[in-house]
Design a binder for this molecule. Structure first.
Ligand code: NAD
Length: 357
């Protein structure tokens, strides 16, 4: 067998993707399977999972799906050993800020306790390895820019050295998991890499998140809720670019390092919603412009004004850059939801507002 060695790490990896039936995990799984990597997906299939997002890889010889909880240490340990996993890419999480306001307990259970159990299973597996298998092992923790908290409008951007100031139960639970992962590296030597990424958009995103929610409600002719004044700014990256960045980091990133991932595409929520309305009007003209459906609603508690990432480190060190332009990516995303609606989702979404206190 030929191993393609880059920086001493074989690229013919067996990758365990936790949360691989979710929005970002499934994009990574589709990418890796298409590239011929061996991929095992571990996913609990919560309400947020989109099994249809894995239809393209089902039945492939280099792909296996396992339904299970990352907090089930015995299951994970058996899986790591039986599949000979040399890379864990950890995306499984409770991921919706509004839900974390209504019910923070699930976020503590999966994002903190689940990550702890996964780390312990990974540590046991890694400590039993030797030689190249031991030095080549990677635990890649996938996190968010929300751990850095609120960024002033006139401040610069978040970098890998920004201080942690999480605002929501979601971001606090992700921050806790980031700290656990780094502690397992510093204390036990587990070879970890961490990424903190900005907001993603693209196909198969749960219809409770801003972009699919807006598209699907606008297609139904329903009012389009925008929190507060809609001035909150996010940096938007296409999910396929995130998947490419993740692969660059776990294959070529330096052990113990953090890489911040962003697109330099800052847009306010109201500008994003208005843009989606215009794209829909171009494709499916109605009697009135869909911008008329926009309604400003009571703000989300603790709503951060701005997130933005400076991706210079991953660009310079690993040569990654977004390949999907924002205008083209958003237009193709709108087209995808027009074509697929929410028929691909595992449940009927009410698209009603949650997350009020
Ligand atoms: P998602 O909610 O679409 O998917 C999460 C997946 O994890 C689901 O398939 C769910 O079934 C699974 N899961 C949940 N709890 C589990 C458990 N205990 N055991 C096993 N599987 C479980 O989330 P996403 O948007 O794809 O985000 C994936 C990761 O990326 C998360 O860690 C999130 O914090 C991070 N992230 C997301 C964004 C974004 O814009 N969506 C940006 C940066 C970072």
């Amino acid at each position: 067998m030929t191993l393609h060695v880059r920086l001493g790490v074989p690229s013919a990896r067996t990758v365990l993707v936790t949360g691989g039936a979710g929005f970002i995990g499934s994009a990574l799984v589709r990418r890796l399977v298409a590239l011929g990597r061996r991929v095992v997906t571990l996913d609990k299939l919560t309400y947020a999972a989109a099994p249809a997002a894995l239809a393209a890889v089902a039945g492939k010889a280099n792909y296996r799906f396992v339904q299970g909880d990352i907090a089930d240490r015995r299951l994970v340990a058996e899986l790591l050993a039986s599949e000979g996993v040399d890379t864990i890419v950890h995306l499984a999480a409770e991921s919706h800020v509004d839900r974390s306001i209504d019910g923070p307990g699930a976020f503590v259970e999966t994002n903190i306790v689940g990550t702890y159990e996964l780390l312990q299973a990974a540590r046991g597996h890694w400590e039993a390895l030797d030689g190249a298998a031991r030095s080549g092992f990677r635990f890649h923790h996938v996190s968010t820019d929300e751990v850095f908290g609120d960024l002033d409008l006139d401040a610069g951007k978040f970098t890998e050295s920004s201080a942690y100031r999480p605002s929501s139960p979601y971001s606090a639970s992700k921050a806790a998991s980031d700290h656990l992962v780094r502690a397992w590296h510093h204390t036990y030597g587990l070879p970890v890499v961490v990424t903190n990424c900005t907001n993603n958009y693209g196909p198969f995103q749960a219809p409770e998140k801003l972009i699919p929610l807006t598209i699907l409600k606008a297609l139904r002719g329903e009012t389009l809720p925008v929190y507060g004044t809609g001035a909150n700014i996010r940096d938007w990256l296409h999910v396929d670019d995130h998947a490419a960045a993740l692969q660059a980091v776990f294959e070529r990133g330096r052990v113990g390092e953090t890489y911040a991932i962003g697109a330099r595409e800052e847009h306010s929520n109201v500008a994003m919603v208005a843009r989606i309305c215009d794209l829909l009007d171009e494709r499916l003209p109605g009697r009135r412009p869909r911008r008329d459906l926009i309604r400003f609603v009571e703000d989300r508690p603790g709503h951060d004004r701005r997130y933005a990432i400076d991706p210079a480190k991953i660009e310079c060190e690993l040569g990654w850059a977004p390949a999907v332009g924002f205008a083209e990516g958003l237009a193709s995303t709108v087209d995808w939801y027009i074509e697929h609606g929410d028929r691909w989702a595992a449940q009927d979404w009410s698209l009603e507002r949650i997350g009020r206190v």
